[in-house]
Design a protein around this ligand. Sequence first.
Ligand SMILES: Cc1cc2nc3c(=O)[nH]c(=O)nc-3n(C[C@H](O)[C@H](O)[C@H](O)COP(=O)(O)OP(=O)(O)OC[C@H]3O[C@@H](n4cnc5c(N)ncnc54)[C@H](O)[C@@H]3O)c2cc1C
Length: 449
Amino acid sequence: MNQTTEVCIAGGGVSGCAAAIASARNGAKTILIEESGYLGGSLTLCGVGPMMTFFSGDNQVIKGIGEEIVSRLKAINGSSGHVEDTTKYVSFLTPFSSEKLKLVLDEMMEETGVTVLFHTSVAEAKSEDSNITMVTVCNCEGLSTIQADIFIDATGDGDLAAMSGAPMTKGREGDHKMQPMTMNVKYCNVDISELKMYLVEHIEEFPRLKGKEELIHSKKPFCMAGFAKEMKAAIDRGELSFPREELLLFETDVPGEVIVNTTRIIGLDPTKANDLSMAEKLGRKQCYELDLFLRCEIPGFAKAVLEFTGPKIGARSSRQLAGVYTLTAEDIISCKSFPSKICKSAYPIDIHNPNGVGTESAFLSDTDTFYELPFEILYCKEINNLLVTGRCVSASFEAQAAIRVTPSAFALGQAAGTAAALCIRKSSKISELNVKELQEVLIQQDVVL
Ligand SMILES: Cc1cc2nc3c(=O)[nH]c(=O)nc-3n(C[C@H](O)[C@H](O)[C@H](O)COP(=O)(O)OP(=O)(O)OC[C@H]3O[C@@H](n4cnc5c(N)ncnc54)[C@H](O)[C@@H]3O)c2cc1C
């Protein structure tokens, strides 16, 4: 069925969801298109968790719709809220139940009157005079069209923006390589006490935990990075075929349940169908190797039950919009202020090596500081009625490696959805929107600016 709306959003990850809620709450008729059967994107589709981070030191710099969702999850025992990061990579992280997140997001779409089309993919965009006039979507009814005044690309990979002819970049400057993909694995029945006992007894081997033994004993969900020696030995023996320097795992709110974020698929492009298909197969193969490794080598895993992989391979980076402003690593590290700020964030630059072993981080100079993200990273000069949000906004490879995480995606989504609704209300072009007014509405709606 062909449809007409005011705001049409492609992609129901956290950024698209926040955009849809914000757009509808601010009065715009909104359609959200999602190619899977539930909302949440990487968090529900790729086994990603916990959300990290809403904080800069002890200071919460991201609130708004993201925080509202955490509160709703807490109210139904779907999250223990913001807990100290036992790896000390950030100050606080936020575990959650992915099943309850799906429910909360469904509920919020219903409450705000957003029309959600599941199992629907954006397949084509038609542009005329620098405006997208309609998108063609594909679902169980075949092909149909959606016309809208404003389109928001929240597909993570910038699918809609690329289809509309917006200028895009891919990968890092020079060789255009992207961060590796990872297939996360979720386990239950892990003996966390046995794992923790081993860590305490071998604390010298876990430098990040040294001196913070009290965190190991905390009853809050536990996370850790380590076992580098065991990983390297398994790689040298040919038992692990992928280049990862250490095991990274996060306990969820469910006792004994952990997310293992360790596989690494390099050299494949998530925006190419053949590469993506190959990555799914390689990801499963690596997860199987990892499963054998965990059972033999890692305390607490002997009787663990592998719950699931995927269902979709996780892509950290792919296409980025080449927008009116491109955020840089320097902006992040120098904690640059922007008069047109739409949100803050404090997650460091976190680059998984596109070539093999190694993960490179660049932290902000001070633990209590933050950087700002400007409105101009959400749109380009070439397409008048397109906003882009989430991990595919306009940012260099390095800057994207800082803002790609869930809390920033929520904040960027809320800004994009609010901006879209204001453009409709004021009959304004995106590029001519009064950013002061946008900032006032965001502050009224609990965004930290
Ligand atoms: C392996 C891995 C580990 C990570 N670990 C963490 C972590 O520990 N903490 C953290 O906070 N972040 C983590 N991240 C980052 C984080 O998960 C995401 O970058 C963030 O959630 C991005 O949200 P998004 O809404 O921009 O995009 P996505 O979550 O990618 O959502 C995009 C949505 O768009 C849909 N879609 C795509 N194309 C189309 C189309 N053509 N038509 C219709 N729908 C479409 C998809 O199905 C999906 O639902 C990790 C990412 C990966 C890959």
